[in-house]
Design a protein around this ligand. Structure first.
Ligand SMILES: Nc1nc2[nH]c(O)nc2c(=O)[nH]1
Length: 451
């Protein structure tokens, strides 16, 4: 057993059930679990195997990212001025040449970027499997870097010739998709508390898979008790496709194929209407909000305030790096807060604390986890600490928690995942970042050049 004591914390946002915010606080950790939170006198021991003085830090629970396409790091800033469908059609032929090494390296790069921003748990929606790519390429990446990971086994089966958006050359056979997804669940899914790896069943979107696959995927997921994830109602073209192809709005579509419930979360949901928001609230269906991508692709502004008021579970996601094109989760929370104010022309539409709540507790609930997202006894030791002696905090020390959201989106100085220090003094401890960046750039350049 090893112990870790974080003490003298300048400001601690616990995000616990009563949203406690503490000054001069301490956290005591045994192995991978938080044992105590409070003053130093309240800790079970006043010292530990490792002790950190965080008197110049604001500390929060590790942020949680509920939607990404990590392979897209290789193809950033392409199709810069296109909406979703045209953007995808530009990129599919480049992604057609992905190989196993691309998936592994880009996932590690994406995870490095997320962790440095203070994110400790991420999902990734990997939906394209050309050549020798497998989801195990990114599972390996998560294990190597030490990130808590929800591997969403995506898929595309509806090629252009069947009325779908992607070219036939990048889609898979549905029987293969279901067989491989079952194998991945059986091999890798860990349902236990503090699990570092879970599997999610995740056909890509209504315009890339058949309704049969959606139905069968839901049955498969439920037979194993794993979560379901897809894209939904991302922009107006997406709604038009649903009406033309299925004669249904997204709400009717997801009800029809069994994709509502507290084991389901949908990315984007920009264009959900009032009735559909009610459906999501009644059924416990979750939403991942991706504000930067929605701005980049001009998809619209998701009605997050309305969703929260109706009781919809809302989490946060950076989305793929080809439509964001950054994977900084703190910045995503900032954009969520600011964008909702624009939507509602209301400076109180989303507060800093609410934005932080979405990025921690909201995201945890969307992923179906009650062991991450808060700093409280019995929770996993996933913690991010930001140095407040920085230019961005100058003048904001009276409220460092608000400054994290309103101010410059900085990187974390220290990050622990499952009790393990993965960022020390601003540097990743588990990967050689300069080497990783160099390898990633070499692979990216060759992929974009069509080599
Ligand atoms: N933002 C994104 N939306 C998508 N829909 C879909 O089918 N693929 C994507 C994607 O990569 N990004």
């Amino acid at each position: 057993m090893t112990t870790l004591l974080l003490k003298n914390i300048h400001t601690l946002a616990t995000m616990d059930d009563v949203q406690r915010e503490l000054k001069n606080a301490s956290i005591f950790i045994r192995d991978n679990v938080i044992e105590a939170v409070g003053s130093l006198e309240e800790m079970p021991e006043q010292t530990a195997d490792e002790v950190y003085d965080l008197s110049r830090h604001v500390v929060i629970p590790g942020l949680i990212n509920t939607h990404h396409h990590m392979f897209q790091n290789l193809t950033r800033v392409i199709a810069q001025d296109k909406e979703l469908f045209d953007w995808l059609v530009t990129l599919y032929p480049i992604w057609r040449n992905l190989r196993s090494e691309h998936i592994n390296v880009s996932a590690k790069l994406a995870m490095a970027e997320l962790i440095l921003s203070g994110c400790t748990t991420s999902s990734d929606h990997l939906y394209i499997y050309p050549n020798d790519c497998t989801i195990e390429d990114e599972i390996r990446a998560a294990q190597e870097i030490g990130m808590r990971f929800h591997a969403a086994r995506g898929s595309m089966s509806l090629g252009e010739s069947s009325g779908g958006l992607p070219p036939d050359s990048v889609v898979e056979n549905e029987a293969d998709i279901l067989r491989i997804t079952r194998d991945i669940i059986e091999t890798h899914h860990d349902a236990s508390r503090y699990a570092m790896l879970r599997v999610v069943v995740a056909p890509c979107s209504p315009f890339t898979v058949s309704k049969d696959l959606m139905r069968e995927a839901a049955e498969l997921a439920r037979s194993y008790g794993v979560h379901l994830h897809t894209h939904l109602a991302e922009n107006v073209k997406d709604i038009d496709f649903s009406l033309e192809q299925f004669g249904q709005r997204p709400g009717d579509y997801v009800e029809d194929v069994g994709w509502v419930g507290d084991d389901v979360w949908h990315a984007h949901c920009v264009q959900l209407n009032h009735a559909e928001i009610g459906l999501f609230a009644r059924t416990g269906t979750g939403v991942c909000h991706c504000p930067s991508s929605n701005m980049r692709l001009a998809s619209g502004i998701a009605p997050i305030r309305h969703m929260l008021d109706e009781g919809v579970k809302v989490g946060l996601g950076v989305d793929g790096s080809a439509s964001n094109d950054s994977g900084h989760l703190l910045n995503e929370a900032r954009n969520a807060m600011l964008l909702q104010r624009v939507k509602d022309t209301n400076p109180g539409a989303l507060t800093a604390r609410e934005a932080l709540h979405i990025a921690t507790r909201g995201s945890a609930s969307v992923l179906g986890r009650d062991d991450v997202g808060a700093i409280a006894p019995g929770m996993a030791a996933d913690i991010a600490a930001y140095n407040i002696d920085t230019v961005g905090f100058a003048g904001a020390l009276h409220d460092p928690i608000a400054a994290l959201m309103f101010g410059q989106s900085i990187n974390a100085n220290q990050v622990w995942i499952n009790g393990r220090g993965v960022v020390r003094d601003g540097h990743l401890t588990t990967v050689d970042l300069p080497v990783l960046i160099e390898t990633h750039n070499r692979l990216s350049q060759a992929l974009i050049n069509g080599a």
